[in-house]
Ligand binder design. Structure first.
Ligand code: LIP
Length: 267
């Protein structure tokens, strides 16, 4: 089954909106959301909405494209035969979702032969939807978005995040101690996919975080890059678990140099 990224995006967006309705309605139906389980640490939680949304997304994508591959945060991966692989985070920002903070997202990316070619990030609480196809620019609710024009790290509003492991957080806090005096201010919004889209929309000048998984950054990374951001890791590495950095070109080199000097991609 041939894969046209524009067609994959249509399927991904339709599916993300439907999954978004499911998780938002489930959140609004209760005062306190229950924790269904924990993963890497006691603070790394999963709710029934995470697993229900991933099951819905799987069923919709496989109904349309039964031979594709799939990698999801909650239920792992399925190998495909078409060269198309879906990379899915049913609720990015699960802790925000648990606490009732309206900063969480459904993130779906389509990879073709290992390259992310289409992506959607949908915030069901705000209703906003970011989309991109490789080479086609980045969009928010159908309007084009571009990164900010910030040209100095000292004037940059920078987003970041912390892992679920206490030692990792202590290391990230030590790096942050050095970053704070070098920038305008810091924002910790709690959902990597939305942080990457904030860079795409110029709501942040830069974002960096160590410890992200493929499903946290696949769609948001494409959207940020298509909006003009420099997206990568440190020391010439691609964006990934060691480090994910997305920044408007005017501050990317300064931030990269600072984080490399601080060893932010190492424990
Ligand atoms: C979260 C990321 C966030 C990070 C959290 C966690 P999850 O993903 O979006 O940026 O700081 O540690 O990884 O667990 O909500 O899918």
């Amino acid at each position: 089954m041939t894969a046209d990224p524009a067609d994959l995006l249509v399927l991904a967006e339709k599916t993300a909106l439907e999954a978004g309705d499911l998780v938002r309605d489930r959140r609004e139906a209760v005062e306190r959301m229950a924790v269904a389980g924990t993963k890497s640490t006691p603070t790394d939680v999963v709710t029934e909405s995470d697993t229900a949304a991933e099951a819905l997304i799987r069923s919709r994508l496989f109904a349309a494209r039964p031979d594709d591959g799939f990698l999801g945060e909650e239920d792992g991966s399925v190998a495909g035969t078409t060269g198309v692989d879906w990379v899915v985070d049913p609720i990015d920002g699960t802790v925000n979702y648990l606490y009732g903070l309206p900063q969480y997202a459904v993130s779906i990316a389509a990879q073709i032969d290992g390259v992310v070619r289409a992506g959607v990030v949908h915030n069901p609480a705000s209703g906003e939807t970011w989309t991109a196809v490789l080479g086609g620019g980045a969009w928010l609710d159908g309007r084009p978005v571009r990164v900010s024009a910030c040209s100095s790290l000292s004037l940059a509003l920078v987003g970041t995040g912390f892992g679920y492991d206490a030692e990792r957080r202590a290391r990230q806090a030590a790096v942050l101690l050095e970053v704070v005096p070098a920038v305008r201010d810091i924002r910790r919004a709690g959902a990597a996919a939305l942080d990457l889209c904030a860079v795409a929309s110029g709501r942040l000048d830069a974002y960096y975080e160590r410890g992200l998984n493929p499903w946290d950054l696949a769609a948001g990374g494409l959207i940020a890059a298509e909006a003009g951001a420099v997206v990568g890791g440190l020391r010439g590495a691609p964006a990934g678990n060691d480090m994910t950095l997305a920044a408007t070109p005017g501050v990317a080199d300064e931030l990269t140099a600072l984080l490399e000097r601080l060893g932010a991609d190492r424990d």
